[in-house]
Design a protein around this ligand. Structure first.
Ligand code: PMP
Length: 388
């Protein structure tokens, strides 16, 4: 008998594919494209980190690890968090090694949400937050930040959307796609509302190592916030390890125990060889990270200044490796701008609307490309703008 129905769930049917992919696919089919589209470092993982992985394979460490991850790695993460961000987590029961920050987000949301619980998502945001909330049975509630305020979340915006069903707030500093960093004072203001409304904060700190202006403040380092924070971080960005698929969660032990149940049944453990590499990254990678940070900072300065010079107004992003200039002066939508720029000048950028409603009127450009490529991209964008 013919199949007469779809077997796909309603939740998944409703999910839209990520708007970023369409541009990647289009760009991949063309030659001579400069891609400022991808959200990953242009560095290869530091050699000593790769070597640690090779050594682990030579020694035959190819079995599963403990569900929460290798003890040595959890200890190294705990030491790193204390040393680098002044936050204390017990490696025995407050740290879980995950398959990227992506899985850390998924596990966190699934561990806390009852059907219909609301989670506040600050837009423009990383494209996965809202779909992950939906997949976990929750309802994403967007807050729109404004380019006029450098896309900084204003604490009163939280008050405006909180309902009795609000469970959590996701924050991301430095932010993807805006590069905006929230400083200690701004985090303290957010913390006051979070405490008043009894919310949990999922703090995505995946770009914490890529902060260019000031001392980075980790959200759980704010007074009284550790007990209501799930800290998410990983190795993809700061350590240039996207393909290794390794991240981690640090959370108070009752939450970590709940998350570990899901992780144990769905993932068993993160890849063993990547875990050995990560120990080396944390213990001896600081100089490599510093070199990469310096290089991004230099490219940021050149690129953002150049964007402003050619007429695309752009705030100076404090972190990550994204510039988020306004294209409003062109009168085009961000989709039209990105498509024409790609087809006419072979520069791939991501239209801002894919990151949420307040991203419309902006484009995301990753400056994790060589200085020569960035210079050429600016030449092409200038030519494109002059023709309009
Ligand atoms: N959070 C943010 C804000 C990101 O930009 C990304 C990667 N683009 C992730 C999480 C996922 O990172 P990972 O590679 O560790 O899964």
């Amino acid at each position: 008998m013919q199949k007469t129905k779809t077997y796909v769930s309603d939740t998944v049917s409703r999910l839209q594919p990520s708007g970023i992919r369409r541009f990647f696919d289009l760009a991949a089919s063309m030659e001579g494209v400069i891609s400022l589209g991808v959200g990953e470092p242009d560095f290869i993982t530091p050699w000593s980190v790769r070597e640690a992985c090779i050594l682990s394979l030579e020694q035959g460490y190819t079995s599963y690890t403990a569900n929460a991850g290798l003890w040595e790695l959890r200890k190294a993460i705990s030491d790193y968090l204390a040393r680098r961000f002044e936050v204390l987590y017990d490696p025995t029961n407050e740290i879980i090694v995950t398959v990227g920050a992506s899985q850390a987000l998924d596990v966190s949301l699934r561990a806390i949400l009852n059907p219909g619980d609301e989670v506040i998502v600050v837009e423009p945001s990383f494209v996965s937050y809202a779909p992950l909330v939906s997949l976990a049975g929750g309802v994403p509630i967007p807050i729109q930040t404004s380019g006029k305020q450098q896309f900084k979340l204003q604490p009163e915006q939280i008050e405006q959307v909180v309902t009795p069903k609000t469970k959590a707030l996701i924050i991301c500093s430095p932010n993807n796609p805006t590069g905006t960093v929230l400083n200690r004072g701004e985090l303290e203001q957010i913390a006051r509302i979070v405490a008043k409304r009894d919310l949990l904060v999922i703090s995505d700190e995946i770009y914490a190592e890529l902060c260019y202006e000031e001392q980075y403040t980790s959200f759980p380092a704010i007074a009284h916030m550790r007990e209501r924070t799930v800290l998410i971080n990983g190795f993809s960005k700061g350590f240039a390890m996207t393909g290794w698929r390794l991240g981690f969660i640090a959370a108070p032990k009752d939450l970590a125990a709940a998350m570990l149940k899901i992780h144990q049944y769905t993932m068993m453990c993160a890849p063993t060889m990547a875990q050995y590499a990560a120990i080396e990254a944390l213990q001896n990678g600081a100089d490599d990270v510093e070199q990469m940070r310096k290089s991004y900072r230099q490219r940021r300065n050149f690129f953002v200044q150049s964007l402003n010079e050619i007429g695309l107004t752009c705030h100076m992003p404090g972190g990550a490796f994204y510039a988020f200039p306004s294209i409003q002066s062109t009168g085009m939508t961000s989709e039209q701008f990105a498509e024409r720029l790609l087809l006419e000048e072979k520069v791939a950028v991501v239209p801002g609307h894919v990151f949420g409603a307040s991203g419309e009127g902006y484009i995301r450009c990753s400056y994790a490309s060589s200085l020569e490529q960035l210079q050429e991209a600016i030449r092409r964008m200038k030519r494109f703008l002059e023709r309009l």
